[in-house]
Design a binder for this molecule. Structure first.
Ligand code: MIG
Length: 777
């Protein structure tokens, strides 16, 4: 009975949806639809539907994730995905043939495909949450997806300029060099065709997997996307937002686990002019009592801009330079571009020709102009080319360089209108021979993969790799920085918005050039950027050729404030590194928009963010601010610097240049390093932990710390230490339990900082003495 009634309601709904689709079609000028269903089959959990003009398969790849592959070709071609690593498929899928549609279902998720046209509807526990129709363009060269707009608000899509929220905007996905981009520029350097849609009472995620050029429109009047190819994979994720991100990063890979020094402070400039200058910069940091983990060697380090070489006039002895830096705990990071100079006296060029690694075009190697002059471009979509490339890092490792920086890998080409290689350049495409046009957005990730795998196999350690152009899955290989930004307040804001959207898109390790790349920041802007940057996963100061020097100690008027925040970054490293490990394990990000933790009531908050699960940071994003409004979710919040407590709601807070408002969640225990650190290298000799207790209204708090050696792969063998701490106060007495997991053997002391009113404490049942509100364990 119930079921029949239910079906009637649903078919009514189907009719309504069908009507709105025909409206959608006429809006797009009578695009031919898919045609009606001609035949179908269901085998091994895969539903194959043959419509007059297109063919679709539908399956469940893992818990609640639906995969829909659609093609204009007569048969589904074999298909390599640059993003997807998940091989699993659920075969325990139910199948039912109805009068107007065919349904497959798994675990409360049902997908219905209409027989009238290639239109799908996704039901989550009987609620329709997403529906769209797929059809070819008039020339039968591209595929379109028209979705039904149901009051969604959109987030994600990786690296996009402008506001945090994507609703009512349109986007193109085509990786592009973008010197001087602004608030409205689109596209930028990175393609992540994954978004999260929040409806009035539900949510879903969509991943539109293809490395060809695509477009997204998130307008009420036009909610659609399209791809310039004859095939795509569409994945739909259900569940709450965390489950959607976990599902997406299970599909495309969890973020890799970088060395801890990647999260220290990095200093860069295009380019430091000489070995002496690099050493001078390093010693300035030490003289001004500023922590520093790495200095970047931009293109000026190379001999005439040629990869894997160095300029022996300006850098006569990089090995010696790196030894001196190393003795001071500082590492160097060297830039590598994809273009290999066409130059008969350049051994790497000759070796490339010999190994036949370059992309071909019109019968010979494709030649494009970049920094070194005319270049050929390795075809990173081929395994043997990646191996060849990976081996080249031996040249730089021999000089003592510890980290690497991939630039220009859109690939960027000078003096051509498209700014990149021609469409018809041939690419190996992992054995499915294709043209650049169809794999453009995968060039950067393929280079990053080649670099990461090559460096790791040479060093047998964790890799620090910073990378510019990317596609979904890049989180398996590299950090991203958001390209050539500008020293203005818009870019300070965008640094945050881009970090949040990238975070929602599975990419936690990101940051922008602090202070701005183009032009020079005012002292106020630089200070605000450092204050926020202390809480953004990747923290690097970088600036362009020809700008004023921009090292932190040059901002003398605010140097004490800048120093305080750079040291705060190091103080919070145990907390940050624990969040990194969580990202690596679950895919959940470090920078989090408030709605990720506190739900849809917080969708409008774009100028505050969470740093992990326990901090709300309210960066100051305007010049001359003397007060700001901060919205706090339910609970008790402790302002980090003053210790003052706040409740839920919107608070007006007085501010000066000294600080940005930072709040710690009542109920958390924050691990910190409460001693001086010059670089993460110091952790080899000392790593005592301090745990700060911030009780909630019940007198309860908990937290955890992840520790390991910070650089080797030994954590994979269990050589880590996971410490979980719980705290419960009863009047003036507190009980603490501490438990550990893992085999990492370290000698370090734990100090627990207790609230002022506590005068007796037990740890794991034993009484301990309190001195100065602290107990040593
Ligand atoms: O066309 O290597 O985004 O960070 O300093 C400019 C010089 C090439 C662009 C990068 C920037 C880097 C610069 N590079």
């Amino acid at each position: 009975m119930k079921r029949t009634y239910f079906n009637i309601v649903l078919s009514l709904f189907t009719v309504l949806v069908a009507c709105s689709f025909s409206a959608g079609r006429s809006r797009s000028n009578g695009q031919p639809a898919s045609g009606t269903l001609e035949s179908y089959s269901f085998e091994d959990g895969v539903l194959t539907l043959v419509y007059q003009k297109i063919k679709t398969t539908i399956q469940f790849v893992n818990d609640g994730v639906v995969k829909i592959t659609t093609t204009l070709l007569p048969d589904l071609p074999p298909r390599h995905s640059y993003a997807v690593i998940e091989k699993n498929r659920d075969t325990r899928v139910s199948f039912t043939d109805h009068e107007n549609y065919i349904a497959i279902g798994y675990n409360g998720i049902e997908l219905r495909a209409s027989k009238a046209s290639c239109k799908i509807e996704l039901y989550d526990s009987s609620e329709l949450i997403y529906s769209s129709e797929m059809y070819p363009d008039t020339r039968n060269e591209a595929l379109l997806v028209a979705a039904v707009y149901n009051n969604e608000r959109f987030f994600g899509l990786g690296e996009k300029a402008g506001d945090f929220e994507l609703t009512n905007r349109e986007f193109t996905m085509y990786n592009q060099d973008n010197f001087g981009y602004t608030y409205d520029t689109d596209p930028l350097y990175v393609t992540i065709p994954f978004y999260i849609a929040i409806t009035d009472n539900n949510q879903y995620g969509v991943f539109f997997d293809s490395p060809a050029r695509s477009r997204f429109s998130f307008k009420e009047s036009d909610y659609s996307y399209s791809i310039d190819d004859k095939v795509f994979d569409l994945y739909i994720f259900t569940g709450d937002v965390k489950k959607i991100i976990e599902g997406y990063t299970k599909l495309t890979g969890r973020p890799y686990f970088p060395p801890i020094w990647g999260f220290g402070f990095h200093q860069s400039r295009w380019s430091y002019e000489s070995q002496e200058e690099v050493l001078e910069i390093a010693s300035n940091f030490r003289d001004y009592d500023l922590p520093l983990d790495a200095i970047h060697l931009d293109i000026g380090f190379m001999n005439n801009n040629m990869d894997f070489t160095h300029d022996s006039d300006d850098y006569p002895n990089p090995g010696e330079m790196n030894n001196i830096l190393k003795a001071n705990g500082i590492k160097t990071v060297a830039m590598v571009d994809p273009g290999i100079k066409v130059e008969s006296a350049y051994p790497i060029y000759n070796s490339g020709v010999e190994s036949d690694v370059f992309c071909r075009y019109e019968g010979s190697y494709y030649t494009g102009e970049v920094w070194p002059g005319n270049c050929h471009f390795p075809d990173f979509t081929k395994g043997s080319v990646r191996e060849w490339w990976g081996g080249l890092y031996a040249n730089l490792l021999a000089l003592g360089i510890a980290g690497y920086w991939n630039d220009m890998n859109e690939p960027s080409i000078f003096n051509v209108e498209s700014k990149t290689m021609p469409d018809m350049v041939r690419m190996y495409n992992e054995g499915e021979e294709s043209h650049h046009k169809y794999v453009h957005n995968a060039y950067g990730i393929s280079m990053a993969r080649a670099s990461h795998e090559g460096i790791q196999s040479l060093t047998k350690k964790r890799v620090f790799l910073l990378n510019r152009a990317a596609y979904s899955g890049i989180q398996r290989y590299a950090f991203l920085w958001t390209g050539d930004n500008t020293a203005d307040w818009d870019h300070l804001k965008m640094n945050l918005y881009m970090a949040m959207n990238l975070a929602l898109s599975g990419i936690p390790y990101v940051g922008a050039d602090i202070g701005g790349f183009i032009d020079s920041p005012t002292e106020e802007l630089f200070t605000r950027w450092i204050q926020m940057g202390a809480f953004i996963p990747y923290m690097r100061d970088h600036t362009c050729l020809g700008t004023e020097y921009q090292e932190p100690y040059l901002f003398t008027g605010c140097l004490d404030i800048i120093r305080k925040y750079m040291k705060l970054r190091y103080k919070l490293l145990p907390y940050l590194y624990t969040a990194v490990y969580e990202s690596h394990s679950t895919g959940l990000p470090i920078v989090r928009p408030l709605f990720l933790e506190y739900g849809r009531d917080y969708l409008d908050i774009q100028n505050q963010f969470m740093f992990g699960t326990d901090f709300v940071v309210a960066p100051v994003l305007e010049p001359g601010a003397t007060s700001c409004e901060v919205t706090l979710p339910p609970g008790i919040w402790y302002e980090y610097f003053s210790g003052e407590t706040y409740g839920a709601g919107t608070h007006k807070i007085d501010i000066s240049i000294e600080d940005i408002p930072v709040f710690v969640r009542g109920g958390s225990i924050i691990p910190i390093y409460d001693f001086e650190i010059k670089s993460t290298d110091d952790l080899h000799s000392k790593r005592d932990l301090t745990l700060r207790v911030y009780p909630d209204s019940e007198g309860y708090a908990e937290g955890s710390v992840y520790e390991d050696d910070g650089e080797s792969l030994d954590y994979q063998q269990g050589l880590f230490l996971n410490t979980a701490v719980q705290y419960k106060a009863d009047g003036r007495h507190a009980e603490i339990t501490i438990s550990t997991d893992g085999d990492f053997d370290i000698a370090r002391q734990i100090t627990i900082e207790l609230p002022d009113d506590i005068d007796s404490v037990t740890i794991n049942g034993k009484p301990y003495a309190i001195e100065n509100h602290k107990v040593v364990f």
